[in-house]
Design a protein around this ligand. Sequence first.
Ligand code: NAD
Ligand code: UDP
Length: 345
Amino acid sequence: MNILVTGGTGYIASHTAVKLLAAGHQLVLVDNLANSNIAVLDRIALLSGQKPHFYQADIGNYAALSAIFTAHQIDAVIHFAGLKAVGESAQKPLHYYRENVAGSLQLLEVMQEFAVKSLIFSSSATVYGDPRELPLTEQSPIQPQSVYGRTKWMVEQIIADHCSADPSFSAVCLRYFNPVGAHPSGLMGEDPNGIPNNLLPFISQVAIGRREQLSVFGNDYPTADGTGVRDYIHVQDLAEGHRLALKLTNNPGCHRFNLGTGSGVSVLEMVDAFRAVSGHPVPLIICPRRTGDVAACYADAAKAQHELGWQAQLNLTDMVADTWRWQHLNPQGYQTPPAKLKEKL
Ligand code: NAD
Ligand code: UDP
Protein backbone atom coordinates (compact mmCIF):
# COMPACT_ATOMS: atom_id res chain seq x y z
CA MET A 1 0.00 0.00 0.00
CA ASN A 2 0.96 3.67 -0.37
CA ILE A 3 0.69 4.99 3.15
CA LEU A 4 0.88 8.57 4.38
CA VAL A 5 2.38 8.67 7.87
CA THR A 6 1.76 11.93 9.73
CA GLY A 7 4.19 12.76 12.53
CA GLY A 8 6.44 10.41 10.54
CA THR A 9 9.77 11.31 12.19
CA GLY A 10 8.36 10.93 15.72
CA TYR A 11 9.17 8.17 18.19
CA ILE A 12 6.42 5.63 17.48
CA ALA A 13 6.04 6.55 13.79
CA SER A 14 9.74 6.02 13.00
CA HIS A 15 9.68 2.49 14.45
CA THR A 16 6.43 1.77 12.61
CA ALA A 17 7.93 3.12 9.38
CA VAL A 18 10.82 0.64 9.50
CA LYS A 19 8.36 -2.22 10.15
CA LEU A 20 6.07 -1.16 7.27
CA LEU A 21 8.94 -0.67 4.79
CA ALA A 22 10.16 -4.19 5.63
CA ALA A 23 6.64 -5.46 4.89
CA GLY A 24 6.82 -3.93 1.40
CA HIS A 25 4.66 -0.82 1.85
CA GLN A 26 5.56 2.51 0.22
CA LEU A 27 5.62 5.43 2.65
CA VAL A 28 5.23 9.17 2.51
CA LEU A 29 6.18 10.83 5.79
CA VAL A 30 5.01 14.27 6.84
CA ASP A 31 6.18 16.06 9.99
CA ASN A 32 6.63 19.68 11.05
CA LEU A 33 9.63 18.62 13.22
CA ALA A 34 8.03 20.26 16.28
CA ASN A 35 9.16 17.31 18.40
CA SER A 36 11.52 15.28 16.24
CA ASN A 37 14.82 15.43 14.48
CA ILE A 38 15.43 15.21 10.75
CA ALA A 39 18.33 12.80 11.48
CA VAL A 40 15.65 10.13 12.05
CA LEU A 41 15.28 9.84 8.26
CA ASP A 42 18.87 8.63 7.86
CA ARG A 43 18.35 6.05 10.60
CA ILE A 44 15.18 4.79 8.89
CA ALA A 45 17.13 4.54 5.62
CA LEU A 46 20.01 2.73 7.34
CA LEU A 47 17.66 0.16 8.91
CA SER A 48 15.37 -0.40 5.95
CA GLY A 49 17.63 0.24 2.97
CA GLN A 50 15.06 2.73 1.68
CA LYS A 51 14.56 6.45 2.11
CA PRO A 52 10.85 7.21 2.19
CA HIS A 53 9.44 10.45 0.75
CA PHE A 54 9.51 13.16 3.39
CA TYR A 55 7.71 16.51 3.61
CA GLN A 56 8.40 19.01 6.34
CA ALA A 57 4.88 20.37 6.74
CA ASP A 58 2.16 20.99 9.27
CA ILE A 59 -0.99 18.86 9.09
CA GLY A 60 -2.98 22.04 9.77
CA ASN A 61 -1.72 23.52 6.49
CA TYR A 62 -4.35 22.79 3.82
CA ALA A 63 -2.17 23.80 0.85
CA ALA A 64 0.74 21.63 1.99
CA LEU A 65 -1.45 18.61 2.67
CA SER A 66 -3.35 18.81 -0.59
CA ALA A 67 -0.06 19.14 -2.52
CA ILE A 68 1.09 15.86 -0.89
CA PHE A 69 -2.16 14.08 -1.77
CA THR A 70 -1.89 15.43 -5.33
CA ALA A 71 1.71 14.22 -5.73
CA HIS A 72 1.06 10.72 -4.31
CA GLN A 73 -1.74 8.22 -4.76
CA ILE A 74 -2.39 7.54 -1.06
CA ASP A 75 -4.27 4.34 -0.04
CA ALA A 76 -4.29 4.82 3.73
CA VAL A 77 -3.16 7.30 6.38
CA ILE A 78 -1.57 6.50 9.73
CA HIS A 79 -2.04 9.60 11.83
CA PHE A 80 0.56 9.99 14.60
CA ALA A 81 1.07 13.77 14.41
CA GLY A 82 0.16 15.63 17.55
CA LEU A 83 1.34 17.00 20.86
CA LYS A 84 1.47 14.64 23.82
CA ALA A 85 2.62 16.31 27.05
CA VAL A 86 -0.18 16.00 29.62
CA GLY A 87 1.15 18.78 31.90
CA GLU A 88 1.77 21.20 29.04
CA SER A 89 -1.75 20.56 27.72
CA ALA A 90 -3.20 22.07 30.92
CA GLN A 91 -1.07 25.22 30.45
CA LYS A 92 -1.73 25.60 26.72
CA PRO A 93 -5.19 24.10 26.10
CA LEU A 94 -5.98 26.16 22.99
CA HIS A 95 -2.68 25.15 21.41
CA TYR A 96 -3.44 21.47 22.12
CA TYR A 97 -6.98 21.68 20.73
CA ARG A 98 -5.66 23.47 17.62
CA GLU A 99 -2.80 21.01 16.98
CA ASN A 100 -4.53 17.77 17.91
CA VAL A 101 -8.19 18.37 17.15
CA ALA A 102 -8.16 21.05 14.40
CA GLY A 103 -5.11 19.40 12.81
CA SER A 104 -6.90 16.04 12.65
CA LEU A 105 -10.02 17.70 11.23
CA GLN A 106 -7.94 19.31 8.48
CA LEU A 107 -6.40 15.94 7.65
CA LEU A 108 -9.81 14.23 7.49
CA GLU A 109 -11.17 16.97 5.20
CA VAL A 110 -8.27 16.59 2.78
CA MET A 111 -8.67 12.79 2.88
CA GLN A 112 -12.34 13.27 2.00
CA GLU A 113 -11.46 15.61 -0.87
CA PHE A 114 -9.04 13.02 -2.32
CA ALA A 115 -11.37 10.06 -1.56
CA VAL A 116 -8.89 8.37 0.77
CA LYS A 117 -11.00 6.08 2.92
CA SER A 118 -8.67 4.39 5.42
CA LEU A 119 -7.24 5.80 8.60
CA ILE A 120 -5.34 4.51 11.62
CA PHE A 121 -5.29 6.99 14.50
CA SER A 122 -2.93 7.17 17.50
CA SER A 123 -5.25 7.34 20.48
CA SER A 124 -4.27 6.80 24.10
CA ALA A 125 -5.22 5.00 27.29
CA THR A 126 -5.57 8.50 28.80
CA VAL A 127 -9.12 8.55 27.34
CA TYR A 128 -10.12 6.24 30.21
CA GLY A 129 -8.96 8.64 32.95
CA ASP A 130 -8.95 7.24 36.49
CA PRO A 131 -10.04 3.60 36.04
CA ARG A 132 -12.94 2.32 38.15
CA GLU A 133 -12.10 -1.26 37.24
CA LEU A 134 -8.99 -2.99 35.96
CA PRO A 135 -8.02 -4.23 33.47
CA LEU A 136 -9.42 -1.64 31.07
CA THR A 137 -11.40 -2.96 28.11
CA GLU A 138 -12.52 -0.92 25.12
CA GLN A 139 -15.96 -0.80 26.83
CA SER A 140 -14.64 0.78 30.04
CA PRO A 141 -16.02 4.25 30.85
CA ILE A 142 -14.41 7.14 28.98
CA GLN A 143 -13.56 10.01 31.32
CA PRO A 144 -10.34 11.75 30.28
CA GLN A 145 -8.84 13.83 33.09
CA SER A 146 -6.53 16.06 31.04
CA VAL A 147 -6.80 18.41 28.08
CA TYR A 148 -4.51 16.02 26.20
CA GLY A 149 -6.82 13.07 26.93
CA ARG A 150 -9.84 15.10 25.86
CA THR A 151 -8.19 15.97 22.52
CA LYS A 152 -7.74 12.25 21.85
CA TRP A 153 -11.35 11.45 22.76
CA MET A 154 -12.67 14.36 20.66
CA VAL A 155 -10.77 13.11 17.62
CA GLU A 156 -12.07 9.56 18.19
CA GLN A 157 -15.62 10.96 18.23
CA ILE A 158 -15.05 13.03 15.07
CA ILE A 159 -13.72 9.91 13.34
CA ALA A 160 -16.70 7.83 14.51
CA ASP A 161 -19.16 10.46 13.21
CA HIS A 162 -17.32 10.55 9.88
CA CYS A 163 -17.54 6.74 9.64
CA SER A 164 -21.30 6.93 10.29
CA ALA A 165 -21.75 9.52 7.55
CA ASP A 166 -19.54 7.67 5.04
CA PRO A 167 -20.21 3.91 5.17
CA SER A 168 -17.18 3.24 2.96
CA PHE A 169 -14.71 4.84 5.41
CA SER A 170 -12.66 2.59 7.69
CA ALA A 171 -10.89 3.83 10.80
CA VAL A 172 -8.89 2.12 13.51
CA CYS A 173 -8.27 3.99 16.77
CA LEU A 174 -5.38 2.37 18.63
CA ARG A 175 -5.33 3.21 22.32
CA TYR A 176 -1.70 2.86 23.35
CA PHE A 177 -0.84 2.22 26.98
CA ASN A 178 2.72 3.29 27.96
CA PRO A 179 5.06 3.04 24.93
CA VAL A 180 8.71 2.44 25.84
CA GLY A 181 11.80 0.77 24.38
CA ALA A 182 13.76 1.34 21.22
CA HIS A 183 14.77 -0.40 18.02
CA PRO A 184 16.94 -3.44 18.95
CA SER A 185 19.77 -2.10 16.74
CA GLY A 186 20.19 0.88 19.08
CA LEU A 187 19.83 3.21 16.06
CA MET A 188 16.37 4.58 16.86
CA GLY A 189 14.66 5.41 20.11
CA GLU A 190 12.86 8.06 22.10
CA ASP A 191 14.68 11.41 22.17
CA PRO A 192 12.66 13.81 24.30
CA ASN A 193 13.41 17.54 24.25
CA GLY A 194 14.59 18.94 27.58
CA ILE A 195 13.71 17.22 30.85
CA PRO A 196 11.82 13.98 30.15
CA ASN A 197 8.27 13.79 31.54
CA ASN A 198 8.08 10.03 31.23
CA LEU A 199 9.54 7.47 33.56
CA LEU A 200 11.78 5.34 31.36
CA PRO A 201 13.58 8.16 29.49
CA PHE A 202 14.17 9.81 32.87
CA ILE A 203 15.59 6.65 34.46
CA SER A 204 17.88 6.05 31.49
CA GLN A 205 19.24 9.62 31.66
CA VAL A 206 19.97 9.10 35.37
CA ALA A 207 21.74 5.80 34.63
CA ILE A 208 23.92 7.41 31.92
CA GLY A 209 24.79 10.26 34.30
CA ARG A 210 22.92 13.09 32.53
CA ARG A 211 20.65 13.58 35.58
CA GLU A 212 21.42 13.21 39.26
CA GLN A 213 18.47 11.21 40.57
CA LEU A 214 14.96 10.02 39.79
CA SER A 215 12.04 11.66 41.61
CA VAL A 216 9.53 8.91 42.41
CA PHE A 217 6.14 10.59 42.40
CA GLY A 218 4.46 9.04 45.44
CA ASN A 219 4.93 5.78 47.36
CA ASP A 220 1.57 5.85 49.13
CA TYR A 221 -0.67 4.54 46.34
CA PRO A 222 -2.83 1.47 47.02
CA THR A 223 -0.45 -0.73 45.00
CA ALA A 224 1.86 -3.57 46.12
CA ASP A 225 4.88 -1.30 46.78
CA GLY A 226 3.00 2.01 46.98
CA THR A 227 4.30 3.39 43.65
CA GLY A 228 2.30 3.93 40.45
CA VAL A 229 1.60 0.93 38.23
CA ARG A 230 1.45 1.16 34.41
CA ASP A 231 1.21 -1.14 31.42
CA TYR A 232 4.50 -0.53 29.56
CA ILE A 233 4.49 -1.71 25.97
CA HIS A 234 7.51 -2.08 23.68
CA VAL A 235 7.46 0.31 20.72
CA GLN A 236 8.33 -2.61 18.40
CA ASP A 237 5.14 -4.40 19.52
CA LEU A 238 3.19 -1.20 18.89
CA ALA A 239 4.71 -0.95 15.42
CA GLU A 240 3.51 -4.49 14.70
CA GLY A 241 0.03 -3.48 15.93
CA HIS A 242 -0.11 -0.84 13.20
CA ARG A 243 1.00 -3.30 10.54
CA LEU A 244 -1.76 -5.68 11.57
CA ALA A 245 -4.37 -2.89 11.86
CA LEU A 246 -3.86 -2.22 8.14
CA LYS A 247 -5.81 -5.49 7.63
CA LEU A 248 -8.94 -3.57 8.58
CA THR A 249 -8.52 -0.91 5.91
CA ASN A 250 -11.12 -2.68 3.76
CA ASN A 251 -13.46 -3.15 6.68
CA PRO A 252 -15.62 0.00 6.96
CA GLY A 253 -16.57 1.40 10.34
CA CYS A 254 -14.78 2.72 13.39
CA HIS A 255 -12.73 0.07 15.23
CA ARG A 256 -11.08 0.63 18.59
CA PHE A 257 -8.34 -1.43 20.22
CA ASN A 258 -6.28 -1.31 23.37
CA LEU A 259 -2.60 -1.98 22.75
CA GLY A 260 -0.96 -3.02 26.00
CA THR A 261 0.64 -6.11 27.52
CA GLY A 262 -2.07 -6.62 30.14
CA SER A 263 0.38 -6.52 33.05
CA GLY A 264 1.22 -3.70 35.39
CA VAL A 265 4.75 -2.70 36.45
CA SER A 266 5.42 -0.34 39.36
CA VAL A 267 7.93 2.53 39.34
CA LEU A 268 10.23 0.66 41.73
CA GLU A 269 10.01 -2.54 39.65
CA MET A 270 11.04 -0.51 36.61
CA VAL A 271 13.99 1.00 38.49
CA ASP A 272 15.10 -2.48 39.61
CA ALA A 273 14.86 -3.81 36.06
CA PHE A 274 16.95 -0.89 34.82
CA ARG A 275 19.62 -1.34 37.46
CA ALA A 276 19.86 -5.06 36.64
CA VAL A 277 20.14 -4.59 32.87
CA SER A 278 22.44 -1.54 32.81
CA GLY A 279 24.61 -2.43 35.79
CA HIS A 280 24.42 1.25 36.75
CA PRO A 281 23.02 2.72 39.95
CA VAL A 282 19.78 4.71 39.68
CA PRO A 283 19.68 7.04 42.70
CA LEU A 284 16.15 8.05 43.62
CA ILE A 285 14.23 10.23 45.99
CA ILE A 286 10.60 9.78 47.06
CA CYS A 287 8.55 12.90 46.27
CA PRO A 288 4.88 13.84 46.60
CA ARG A 289 2.40 12.46 44.07
CA ARG A 290 2.28 14.20 40.66
CA THR A 291 -1.04 15.97 40.09
CA GLY A 292 -3.36 14.03 37.83
CA ASP A 293 -1.56 10.66 38.18
CA VAL A 294 -3.65 7.53 38.80
CA ALA A 295 -2.58 4.64 41.04
CA ALA A 296 -2.73 1.91 38.43
CA CYS A 297 -3.64 1.47 34.78
CA TYR A 298 -3.35 -1.62 32.60
CA ALA A 299 -5.07 -3.06 29.57
CA ASP A 300 -7.22 -5.97 28.61
CA ALA A 301 -5.92 -6.41 25.08
CA ALA A 302 -8.01 -9.50 24.22
CA LYS A 303 -9.92 -7.67 21.47
CA ALA A 304 -6.69 -6.89 19.58
CA GLN A 305 -5.68 -10.52 19.95
CA HIS A 306 -9.00 -11.87 18.61
CA GLU A 307 -9.58 -9.37 15.82
CA LEU A 308 -6.07 -8.36 14.72
CA GLY A 309 -4.11 -11.44 15.79
CA TRP A 310 -1.89 -9.07 17.80
CA GLN A 311 -0.28 -9.79 21.12
CA ALA A 312 2.70 -8.14 22.79
CA GLN A 313 5.77 -10.37 22.37
CA LEU A 314 8.46 -8.41 24.21
CA ASN A 315 8.88 -8.36 27.98
CA LEU A 316 10.15 -5.88 30.55
CA THR A 317 13.77 -6.98 30.13
CA ASP A 318 13.55 -6.39 26.35
CA MET A 319 12.05 -2.94 26.94
CA VAL A 320 14.76 -1.93 29.36
CA ALA A 321 17.66 -3.56 27.44
CA ASP A 322 16.66 -1.84 24.17
CA THR A 323 16.17 1.52 25.90
CA TRP A 324 19.58 1.19 27.51
CA ARG A 325 21.28 0.21 24.24
CA TRP A 326 19.76 3.28 22.52
CA GLN A 327 20.74 5.57 25.41
CA HIS A 328 24.25 4.13 25.63
CA LEU A 329 24.96 4.40 21.88
CA ASN A 330 23.34 7.83 21.56
CA PRO A 331 24.05 9.74 24.77
CA GLN A 332 22.85 12.95 23.08
CA GLY A 333 19.95 11.24 21.27
CA TYR A 334 19.78 12.09 17.56
CA GLN A 335 22.28 14.93 18.17
CA THR A 336 24.98 12.30 18.73
CA PRO A 337 27.59 12.89 15.98
CA PRO A 338 27.52 10.03 13.41
CA ALA A 339 31.29 9.50 13.86
CA LYS A 340 30.80 8.77 17.57
CA LEU A 341 27.99 6.35 16.75
CA LYS A 342 30.19 4.51 14.21
CA GLU A 343 32.94 4.16 16.83
CA LYS A 344 30.51 2.49 19.22
CA LEU A 345 28.91 0.27 16.62
P1 NAD B 1 6.36 12.21 19.10
O1 NAD B 1 6.25 13.60 19.62
O2 NAD B 1 7.69 11.56 19.07
O3 NAD B 1 5.74 12.15 17.62
C1 NAD B 1 4.75 13.05 17.14
C2 NAD B 1 5.30 13.70 15.88
O4 NAD B 1 4.30 14.57 15.35
C3 NAD B 1 6.55 14.54 16.14
O5 NAD B 1 7.56 14.15 15.24
C4 NAD B 1 6.09 15.97 15.87
O6 NAD B 1 7.13 16.77 15.34
C5 NAD B 1 4.95 15.75 14.90
N1 NAD B 1 3.93 16.79 14.91
C6 NAD B 1 3.33 17.37 15.98
N2 NAD B 1 2.40 18.26 15.58
C7 NAD B 1 2.42 18.24 14.20
C8 NAD B 1 1.69 18.93 13.21
N3 NAD B 1 0.77 19.84 13.53
N4 NAD B 1 1.98 18.69 11.92
C9 NAD B 1 2.93 17.78 11.57
N5 NAD B 1 3.63 17.08 12.48
C10 NAD B 1 3.39 17.31 13.78
O7 NAD B 1 5.32 11.34 19.92
P2 NAD B 1 5.05 9.77 19.91
O8 NAD B 1 5.31 9.29 21.31
O9 NAD B 1 5.70 9.10 18.78
O10 NAD B 1 3.47 9.78 19.74
C11 NAD B 1 2.84 9.59 18.48
C12 NAD B 1 1.34 9.68 18.68
O11 NAD B 1 0.94 8.70 19.62
C13 NAD B 1 0.87 11.03 19.23
O12 NAD B 1 -0.35 11.37 18.61
C14 NAD B 1 0.65 10.74 20.70
O13 NAD B 1 -0.33 11.59 21.25
C15 NAD B 1 0.19 9.30 20.67
N6 NAD B 1 0.44 8.59 21.93
C16 NAD B 1 1.70 8.60 22.46
C17 NAD B 1 1.92 7.97 23.69
C18 NAD B 1 3.29 8.03 24.34
O14 NAD B 1 3.37 7.92 25.55
N7 NAD B 1 4.37 8.15 23.59
C19 NAD B 1 0.87 7.30 24.34
C20 NAD B 1 -0.39 7.28 23.75
C21 NAD B 1 -0.59 7.94 22.53
N1 UDP C 1 6.99 8.72 37.34
C1 UDP C 1 7.86 8.99 38.38
N2 UDP C 1 8.90 9.85 38.14
C2 UDP C 1 9.11 10.45 36.93
C3 UDP C 1 8.20 10.15 35.87
C4 UDP C 1 7.15 9.29 36.12
O1 UDP C 1 7.71 8.48 39.49
O2 UDP C 1 10.05 11.24 36.78
C5 UDP C 1 5.88 7.76 37.58
C6 UDP C 1 4.50 8.37 37.39
O3 UDP C 1 4.05 8.95 38.60
C7 UDP C 1 3.69 7.14 36.96
C8 UDP C 1 4.69 6.30 36.18
O4 UDP C 1 5.99 6.75 36.59
O5 UDP C 1 3.29 6.40 38.10
C9 UDP C 1 4.59 6.46 34.67
O6 UDP C 1 4.64 7.83 34.35
P1 UDP C 1 4.79 8.33 32.85
O7 UDP C 1 4.83 9.84 32.87
O8 UDP C 1 5.92 7.63 32.18
O9 UDP C 1 3.45 7.81 32.14
P2 UDP C 1 1.92 8.20 32.39
O10 UDP C 1 1.83 9.08 33.59
O11 UDP C 1 1.52 8.86 31.14
O12 UDP C 1 1.22 6.89 32.61
